[in-house]
Design a protein around this ligand. Structure first.
Ligand SMILES: [Zn+2]
Length: 130
């Protein structure tokens, strides 16, 4: 069974399926375990979280050029746009909620945090820049 078969977006009142859809295919197979964790993080954070990438199909250009598909293809990760001190606060809360795969990216458009919770075949805990 794919995660989308059981996911109930009503359980994640601060998020909606649209913002987690693969930008390439429109598909959305977020894992309910990850979404439950992300909603708990959102509750503690107390501010809107701008999702810049949620689910990605293996054919998404970012995934297609990897040696092996990343945790976005498992629905176990999201990238979030954050500014200023919000980045530290969000990271602190994510760590407190057991998120053990953290990516940090800085571009001309701002700072982004990748929060992931894949385990099998993925180094964890792990922090990287991308
Ligand atoms: Zn990511």
């Amino acid at each position: 069974m794919r995660s989308t078969d059981v996911i109930d977006w009503a359980q994640y009142p601060n998020f909606n399926e649209q913002e987690f859809r693969c930008r390439h295919t429109g598909l959305c197979y977020m894992d309910a375990r990850f979404m439950t964790r992300l909603q708990a993080i959102r509750n503690a954070y107390g501010k809107p979280m701008i999702i810049t990438s949620g689910y990605r199909a293996k054919t998404h250009p970012v995934e297609a050029r990897k040696a092996a598909p990343g945790e976005h293809t498992l629905g176990l990760a999201a990238d979030i746009s954050v500014r200023g001190s919000d980045a530290f606060n969000l990271l602190k809360i994510a760590l407190a909620h057991g998120i053990m795969r953290i990516g940090v990216k800085q571009t001309g458009e701002g700072r982004f945090l990748h929060l992931g919770m894949a385990t099998s075949n993925f180094p964890s805990p792990m922090i990287w820049s991308y």
